[in-house]
Write a protein that binds this ligand. Structure first.
Ligand code: FAD
Length: 456
């Protein structure tokens, strides 16, 4: 007998329960990935993520070939393609891991009825996208946690299944053909410093992280110039690494760094459980505050300056340029640039979230939109009116100014923390730097925000 395994956001061989179950129950298996027209068409197909995906698919194929198999790629409507491949392979069942989005649930329902109509079974396994599935822990009075700390207390106590190893051998029926796998070189508009994708690359990074950086994570995660976070987010997004395995391995490592790291993994699950319960939060305020945000059209020049890293606030500009150059931004940078757009410029958080999703290699709806909402004060932050001051924050998290000098070469000549306030230079000194004046006074931005939120 033959089984099809549909890969989605879980592009790996390690810790893949649907693949394991299929291999246990069948002689032959078809590992299938479908370039889903509906997902591509919905605007999620940013070049940086497509490039990373191309790496992931090639690497998955290579890993399967080492084990005697190969990856089958198809494109089109996901349900049609799965049914077609199942028929070509004469498979009696299809395995996949449960998704966590409303779209994924619809996909499962459609798949189930289409397969059953053909006399085949669909096995939907527990989700592998999060460590703790959305809805697995809930408060007594609601279907999801709206505040992180109590969520985390429950999350920590959840029993996690053991992580599985990679399979030894995979046999794929010869009758099933594949489309040619994409390569990143076919894509244009990529960030120059984009990280490489694929499970092998992800595991290398993970092992290096466990041997090194994780120990100092608690102390150094906010150090902008030190860049001392794991950079595992794109691997978690594409599922080249398993969150369950990460939690187990970090816990085994132990110590305050590992604990702080596990807590961040719980933030990721937290946002997934919010979005699963409130899918509308991808576009609508989770908690309306009566904001009458400035639209992109109303703030066109300021938004453009923000996007291109020309706001005149060096730390904001450095972070926005890092985003464009790497398709990734340090978390402290994400917080500062989101606070600046929403609270200092009072521009709609959706404008910023859209720009991030166009570039972020780890961009996902749950974590991007809900972090934006958190910072805009429309989400789950219990202090919705907090405003991050880009100058004091820059002095704290980039005390020597090295992060700014790395990304804003116009200011290279300014030593130490002076780089954070170029407007303090006088006359000719100031004119020597081809760098804009601040597009807004922080005090004016703050006054507008406080007025808008009725707090002045
Ligand atoms: P580490 O610090 O090493 O953390 C380990 C892992 O924990 C990360 O890989 C990530 O999966 C998770 N994590 C860490 N912080 C958060 C957080 N605040 N929320 C959720 N998960 C977290 N993360 C995304 O994965 N995708 C996004 O689209 C995204 N958009 C964001 C937008 C804004 C405005 C903000 C403020 C944050 C956003 N984040 C997003 C969260 C966070 O910035 C990134 O996960 C992190 O910077 C990735 O780098 P890292 O892997 O080195 O993180």
């Amino acid at each position: 007998n033959v089984s099809v395994v549909l890969f989605t956001s879980d592009l790996r061989l390690h810790d893949h329960p649907p693949l394991r179950a299929a291999l246990d129950g069948a002689r032959q298996v078809v590992p299938l990935f479908v370039r889903d027209r509906a997902v591509d068409g919905a605007g999620f197909a940013a070049p940086n993520r497509l490039a990373f995906l191309a790496d992931c698919l090639r690497d998955l194929d290579a890993g399967l070939r080492e084990r005697g198999g190969r990856l089958v790629l198809r494109s089109g409507d996901v349900v049609d393609q799965v049914c077609k491949v199942a028929a070509e392979a004469d498979a009696d069942e299809v395995h996949l891991a449960a998704g966590v989005s409303a779209y994924a649930h619809r996909r499962e329902q459609r798949l189930r009825s289409a397969l059953e109509a053909d006399g085949r079974r669909l096995h939907v396994h527990e989700t592998v996208i999060t460590a703790v599935a959305p809805g697995a822990v809930t408060p007594s009075s609601s279907d999801h946690f709206a505040v992180f700390t109590p969520y985390f207390r429950h999350w920590e106590r959840e029993h996690l299944r053991d992580a599985l190893g990679a399979p030894r051998g995979v046999r794929v029926p010869e009758s099933v053909g594949s489309e040619r796998l994409p390569t990143r070189t076919e894509l244009s508009g990529l960030s120059q410093g984009l990280a490489a994708g694929g499970e092998e690359e992800g595991r290398k990074r993970l092992m290096a992280w466990l041997r090194g950086g994780i120990t100092a994570y608690e102390d150094r995660h906010d150090d902008l110039a030190g860049d001392a976070t794991s950079h595992l987010s794109p691997h978690l997004h594409f599922g080249t690494l398993s969150p369950v395995e990460l939690v187990h391995r970090a816990r085994r490592t132990g110590g305050p760094g590992a604990e702080a790291f596990v807590r961040q993994l719980a933030w990721r699950d937290f946002h997934y459980q919010v979005l699963a319960a409130r899918p509308d939060a991808a576009t609508a305020d989770y908690r309306g505050r009566g904001d009458r945000w400035r639209s992109e059209a109303a703030a066109r020049e300021e938004v453009e300056a923000w996007r291109t890293g020309r706001t005149g606030y060096p730390v904001i500009d450095a972070a926005m340029r890092q985003l464009r150059h790497e398709g990734w931004m340090h978390n402290r940078g994400r917080l500062l640039t989101a606070s600046f757009l929403t609270k200092t410029l009072y521009v709609d958080w959706r404008v910023g979230a859209r720009h991030f999703l166009e570039l972020l290699v780890d961009g996902d709806v749950a974590n991007n939109q809900l972090n934006w909402q958190w910072m805009a004060g429309t989400g789950t932050d219990t202090r919705p009116n907090r405003v991050l001051n880009p100058v004091t924050q820059a002095k704290r998290y980039d005390p020597d100014g090295a992060y700014v000098r790395r990304w804003v070469p116009e200011l290279e000549g300014l030593r130490g923390a002076a780089v954070h306030e170029p407007w303090k230079l006088k006359g000719l000194d100031r004119a020597a730097y081809d760098y804009p004046d601040p597009i807004v006074e922080l005090a004016d931005g703050l006054a507008r925000f406080r007025h808008a939120r009725g707090r002045d």
